[in-house]
Write a protein that binds this ligand. Structure first.
Ligand code: SF4
Length: 436
């Protein structure tokens, strides 16, 4: 009987991509991949350390796997494992710790751990790695949207962020490997390709050839059969005129840019080491909107950064309102050991963070509704994702500019593009009718 492997993924889209790639490696070695709540011979926990909640949830999932099958090999992988291997090894039942390198050798490392008399620590010094680790996805389980990892690492060192220490320096994937993976995914029928990485705007760094993200997009867009190309998160300073032109002129590139703001107050941005101010950010948003009408701009904001006063927060609130983001992901600041901000004076009490987070989430709901309402009565193309209400045969899907649309259909439309006409709002989503 085939051995069974189960993977649990925490954190970002890059982690999701890497878990999908590891699942493929297990399958190619004859393992059956099963859901995490089933009994398995190997459990992989692909961890996150971006906040202390990521650490805690990672540890919880490790303990859950040990309880599920105390005889299984428990392998802990990813960012939390990379930055805190000692803490991970202290959790009873852990057999193997791998960081953000060597995931392509996961099956060999699991076999080593099976024979080893003590837990194996395979974490490497990530700061010394300069090459991109190829971890291609050769088979996917989900058939609607595929992620393609193009970049690894970050050199920005924002004062609150642990990621540069977890992922190491900036490295870029060879464009030929990116193009080959995109081509394969299109042939397999994927409607949407999402470019992902830790800092994709830095694409080109670490390669011998002179290239950047705009070049890569132009080359990908030439792939026959490509229907939609979505870009993952891009840092504000990486939004160049060439990139805006690529989004504006290439029909298959989604009119959606996720640009992390982090704070709408200039003094907080400085303390965060973010290297831009609100004036520059709003000018950049203006340039995007002037060239790419109807584009969705989504963002991330951290509330309760050390030293953030009520007035600083109000500036952020007002700036988020002014920018009219179509979605704002709100994070409460969480001190990360080893980062400068963890030692800053003026740590904000939890109740103030809770209240600021709630206020910003309420504003985000209004922003989302306002953006979506601007598309009422429009005919739009939606990529059907899943049924959200079986009884009512209600489907949901996304437009290229990241609007969530609900529509009725008795057919199985998963992964198909459907033309709809929006008729009314339902919460922050649009309700639509399928056009025949
Ligand atoms: S840009 Fe800043 S927040 Fe983003 S990964 Fe790099 S250091 Fe972290």
């Amino acid at each position: 009987m085939a051995k069974r492997a189960a993977i649990f993924t925490l954190g970002c889209k890059t982690n999701q991509y890497e878990s999908e790639a590891m699942a493929g490696i297990f399958r190619r070695h004859g393992y059956e991949t099963v859901p995490f709540d089933e009994k398995a011979d190997v459990y992989i926990i692909n961890t996150c350390t971006v906040t202390h909640l990521g650490d805690r949830k990672s540890r919880q999932m490790v303990r859950r796997a040990v309880r599920k099958n105390p005889d299984a090999i428990i392998a802990v992988v990813g960012c939390y494992a990379q930055t805190s291997p000692g803490e991970v090894l202290e959790i009873p039942g852990v057999d193997l710790v791998i960081g953000t390198r060597d995931r392509d050798r996961i099956v060999d490392l699991v076999k080593e751990a099976e024979k080893a008399p003590a837990p194996v620590n395979a974490v490497q010094d990530i700061m010394s790695h300069r090459s991109f680790e190829e971890l291609p996805i050769l088979d996917y389980e989900n058939r609607t949207r595929a992620f393609v990892k193009i970049q690894e690492g970050c050199g920005n060192f924002c004062s609150y962020c642990i990621i540069p220490y977890a992922r190491g320096p900036q490295r870029s994937r060879d464009p030929a490997a990116v193009l080959a993976e995109v081509k394969k995914l299109i042939q397999e029928g994927y409607g949407e390709i999402v470019l992902t990485g830790i800092h994709i705007g830095a694409y080109g760094k670490g390669l011998d050839q002179k290239t950047d993200l705009a070049d890569l997009i132009v080359r990908i867009a030439l792939t026959p059969g490509l229907k939609r190309l979505r870009l993952g998160s891009i840092e504000p300073l990486d939004i160049t005129p060439r990139l805006i032109t690529a989004v504006a002129e290439i029909r298959t590139v989604c009119r959606h840019l996720h640009i992390p703001l982090q704070s709408g107050d200039d003094s907080v941005l400085r303390n965060m080491n973010r290297k831009y101010n609100t004036f520059e950010f709003s000018r950049m948003v203006g340039a995007i909107r002037a060239h790419v009408p109807e584009t969705a701009i989504t963002t991330d904001v951290i509330v309760g950064f050390p030293g953030e006063t009520e007035e600083n927060f109000q500036n952020t609130h007002d700036f988020v309102k002014d920018m009219g983001f179509s979605k704002t992901h709100v994070f409460k600041y969480s001190p990360r050991k080893g980062t400068p901000a963890a030692g800053f004076a003026g740590q904000v009490p939890g109740d103030a963070k809770d209240s600021r987070s709630k206020r910003l989430i309420a504003l985000d709901r209004e922003n989302q509704k306002n953006f979506a309402a601007g598309f009422l009565g429009h005919t739009m193309e939606v990529l059907a994702e899943q049924v959200v209400n079986r009884e009512k045969e209600l489907w949901e899907g996304l437009t290229d500019n990241y609007l969530r649309v609900l529509f009725r259909s008795s057919e199985n439309l998963k992964g198909q593009f459907v033309e709809v006409r929006t008729v009314r709002m339902q919460g922050t989503s649009l309700l639509a009718k399928v056009r025949i």
